[in-house]
Design a protein around this ligand. Structure first.
Ligand code: GCU
Length: 457
């Protein structure tokens, strides 16, 4: 029981707005949140008007006790009959060669995701100039490391009232003989000095993920997505999205926050390519929850990434969106979450339905092929059912044919495995750990699987 309470605490401090919260909100904070809510509602309403939508269907509740609780009954989950086939062209032709995948089918899928789901990245994004703010000898992760704090300054000369900076940290082992592989995490923001409370006695202690990486001779990086694109609808006229639109609201197919976050990760890779301590051909990406969604989106669109560790990404990540289980499209398309997506995505919560979407999550994973993707989830008992572990697993299953066409191994089975059973024989991997809403307990499994692909020189 104590363990569950502790894990609950860990989940709760990461509040639904993605920032750590402590104690009661002050009046000033609540006023601030009131105005964010108001501006978000205005932006949302503007988008509905552009789409000629009066209202959308409400999503189910994430509270299992609520009368309108999200479905958690597997027998009611699959009312869809078919999924879009990643290996059939829009003209009905079967994709039979790697060339057909790369030249014909993949671009079709990219276009659908761009237009309908995550939005298009503009071609006028200003340049980023990286500044190394500090370099320190760092033993905070129990391994001697060199840690660099960096800021990516986005050129705002086209619209000086919006300034955008990317907050990045890079840490590599001090004794490295040459460039090292680096895993970059999309990170939530915690206030200075914040420490998670110690776990209750009996919880297996494992070193932190940074320490695990440094001990292997790899480096880690931490990017703060909220530093360059705020996590709410009010922020869409700010940050890098607002800068590109010169402070105006989005068009229905403009990029949403997930793609903006992914753009920042790509700019970090630009920096890594110039830093001699990093082996830029061996960079991986990891993130949890909304940042798990950002992780798989980044992997799909950024070919320089070698590997991905996608944590509890749920709906909008690797979970099949057509599945009626846990979080639904209607939730994602509501005013609290629509900013992650293109405006066009809202249409699938009314008048259209999720089954009208031209693509589904398995095709997002397929866009990552042939590169290795690890799909991670916690235990339904501790994490809850909102993320839909089986839905995320099925995303991996149905991406399998594309990996196979490209000469790689799929998940190896279509049957949902018992908890703590790693499926790690192929380039798509899956494991449900027995903890809560975290990637923590899956790091060792991820890293031993990653050893097959990433090598220290
Ligand atoms: C909410 C949201 C999820 C999201 C999660 C998070 O639960 O509905 O889609 O992944 O927040 O990022 O914390």
């Amino acid at each position: 029981m104590k363990k569950i309470l502790w894990l609950l605490f860990v989940c709760l401090v990461i509040s639904s707005n993605g920032r750590a919260q402590f104690g009661k909100m002050s009046t000033a904070d609540s006023l601030h949140w009131d105005s964010i809510r108001r501006l978000t509602d205005q932006d949302y309403k503007k988008m509905l008007d552009l789409l000629h939508i009066d209202s959308t269907r409400p999503g189910p509740s994430g509270n299992p006790q609520a009368p309108n609780a999200a479905n958690t009954d597997e027998s009611k989950a699959s009312d869809y009959k078919t999924l879009p086939d990643p290996l059939i062209l829009k003209n009905g032709t079967q994709v039979t060669s790697k060339k057909m995948w790369w030249d014909q089918r993949r671009p079709e899928i990219v276009e659908d995701f761009d237009r309908e789901i995550y939005g298009r990245v503009p071609d006028n994004i200003p340049k980023v100039t990286w500044e190394v703010v500090s370099i320190t000898n760092d033993t905070s992760n129990h391994v001697a490391a060199i840690t660099k704090k960096l800021i990516g300054h986005v050129d705002n000369s086209s619209w000086p009232s919006i300034s955008v900076n990317i907050d990045l940290t890079l840490s590599t082992p001090a004794n490295a003989k040459g460039p090292v592989p680096v895993i970059m995490e999309f990170s939530f923001v915690f206030p200075p000095g914040f420490k998670f409370p110690p776990p209750p006695p009996g919880t297996p202690i494992q070193p932190g993920w940074q320490q695990q990486l440094l001990e292997k001779g790899w480096g880690y990086a931490i990017i703060i997505p909220a530093s360059y694109q705020t996590d709410n609808g009010a922020g869409l006229t700010q940050g890098v999205i607002g800068l590109c639109n010169k402070g105006a609201s989005r068009k229905p197919d403009d990029w949403g926050t997930l793609r903006a976050w992914a753009w920042g990760a790509s700019r970090a890779i630009d920096y890594f390519e110039t830093d001699k301590s990093v082996d830029a051909k061996q960079i991986g990406i990891e993130g949890l929850s909304r940042y798990g969604k950002a992780t798989v989106v980044t992997m799909a669109y950024e070919p320089r990434l070698a590997i991905a560790f996608v944590g509890s990404s749920g709906a909008g990540g690797t979970k099949i969106l057509r599945r009626v289980f846990g979080e639904q499209v209607e939730n994602l398309a509501s005013s609290g979450e629509y900013h992650w997506f293109a405006g066009n995505f809202i249409k699938y919560a009314g008048p259209l339905k999720p089954t009208d979407m031209p693509v589904d999550a398995h095709e997002l994973i397929a866009l990552c092929a042939p590169r290795p993707v690890f799909i991670s989830s916690g235990s339904p008992k501790v994490e809850g059912q909102w993320v839909d572990a089986k839905g995320m697993f099925l995303g991996g299953v149905y991406a399998g044919p594309v990996y196979k066409l490209l000469g790689k191994k799929d998940l190896g089975q279509t049957e949902f495995p018992p908890i703590e059973t790693p499926l790690t024989d192929g380039e798509i991997a899956f494991r449900q750990h027995s903890g809560g809403h975290t990637t923590g307990p899956n790091w060792p499994t991820f890293l031993s699987w990653a050893d097959r692909y990433i090598k220290t020189k």
